[in-house]
Write a new protein. Structure first.
Length: 119
């Protein structure tokens, strides 16, 4: 079993910054990719950013480019999301996810952490 635990959410004013962390534990096996998703009230969950565990390649949703930075620490199975220039529309529950083993989709998820950006 694999556990992912997020931390770092909170309330911030527009233009501010937050850094989310996600720590993985358990029988990790072959980690392929870790990423962040978010879900705002009344909306579907959407992809935010991801990092390839093998070579560190990063991927972002268009709205996050230039503002968010995803990074990894593969010595301890951790992924981070540095969020800058936050906007009220970034308000959501942010979820850490991992794609482990021969999976086509993300197959492990954290419990989520709330990010609220006030205007």
């Amino acid at each position: 079993q694999v556990q992912l635990v997020e931390s770092g959410g909170g309330l911030v004013q527009a233009g501010g910054s937050l850094r989310l962390s996600c720590a993985g534990s358990g029988r990790i096996g072959s980690m392929d990719r870790m990423g962040w998703f978010r879900q705002a009230p009344g909306k579907e969950r959407e992809f935010v950013a991801a990092v390839s565990w093998n070579d560190g390649s990063t991927f972002y949703v268009e709205s996050a480019k230039g503002r968010f930075i995803i990074s990894r620490d593969n010595t301890k199975i951790a992924v981070y999301l540095q969020m800058n220039s936050l906007k009220p529309e970034d308000t959501a529950v942010y979820y850490c996810a991992a794609r482990i083993g021969p999976a086509r989709d993300y197959n492990y998820w954290g419990q989520g952490t709330q990010v609220t950006v006030s205007s």
